[in-house]
Design a protein around this ligand. Structure first.
Ligand SMILES: C[S@@+](CC[C@H](N)C(=O)[O-])C[C@H]1O[C@@H](n2cnc3c(N)ncnc32)[C@H](O)[C@@H]1O
Length: 234
């Protein structure tokens, strides 16, 4: 599966295969983000709530959720066969009795037989070009969510301000200190600027509201990435 332009972000090829190492070199706080999501979701989900992980990738968050909240029913959906296979292998080690269902496919086409308590969608929507495509995407996530259910969304999010170059230099320094090679950084940087379609934080809040969510709250950010929590207005 290719997203954006050319060979950028091909989750079925080399990029997907090395995803778990790479994402930790490139997103400060990636591993501590998912425990925070659990804390945000716990009230809504109770002991045995249901959750859709849209674009679950290699299953890092599914593994975290299943391990910490063994009563939750989890459905992970991803377009990439390779990413789902990696997730499957990781989840084999989970001995908890909860249900984790994995599906290969487009999450916007998934129609579930009952609405769920929550949806998480991390590092996915920024691949969609244009506000209309993003809006349709958000509405499709909402269609599987119960009224009052929780949405958690993380995307690349920025506007080019005077601070942008400084942030990029700090980002490179962080990634380099975690072993990212110079060539890989420059390739990534080009992909990041040409193949992602970020909104500003305010635009993203407005779009989430437009899709039918309320109480939208930015709750986490890391350099050019921003996460939001919102409630399905019904
Ligand atoms: C950058 S990864 C994020 C993976 C994971 N959520 C994480 O936080 O590490 C983006 C994933 O979204 C998947 N994806 C993109 N669009 C999708 C869609 N419409 N339906 C299902 N998966 C999608 C890609 O295949 C890829 O595995």
């Amino acid at each position: 599966m290719k997203m954006g332009s050319a060979k950028a972000f091909d989750f079925d090829a080399e990029y997907g295969l090395k995803y778990d190492q790479f994402i930790r070199q490139i997103i400060p706080g990636y591993d501590s983000y998912f425990p925070l999501c659990i804390s945000l979701l716990s009230e809504q989900m109770g002991r045995d709530g249901s959750l859709l992980v849209a674009g679950c990738g290699t299953g890092t968050e599914l593994l975290e959720f299943a391990s910490v909240r063994p009563g939750w029913s989890l459905i992970g959906v991803d377009l990439s066969d390779q990413m789902i296979k990696i997730a499957e292998r990781k989840l084999q080690g989970v001995s908890a009795p909860n249900t984790v269902k994995l599906l290969v496919g487009d999450v916007t086409k998934v129609v579930l037989d009952r609405p769920l308590n929550a949806v998480t969608c991390n590092l996915v929507m920024h691949f969609l070009r244009g506000q209309d495509a993003k809006l349709q995407f958000l509405k499709s996530l909402k269609s599987n969510l119960a009224p009052g259910g929780t949405l958690i969304l993380m995307d690349a999010c920025w506007e080019k301000s005077a601070a942008f170059s400084r942030m990029m230099r700090a980002w490179w320094d962080y990634a380099k200190n975690r072993g990212l090679l110079t060539d890989r950084w420059f390739a990534f940087r080009e992909e990041f600027e040409s193949s992602l379609y970020p909104l500003t934080r305010d635009e993203e809040v407005k779009l989430i509201e437009q899709a039918g969510f309320g109480s939208v709250c930015p709750f986490w950010s890391s350099l050019h990435h921003q996460a939001f929590v919102a409630v399905n207005s019904g």
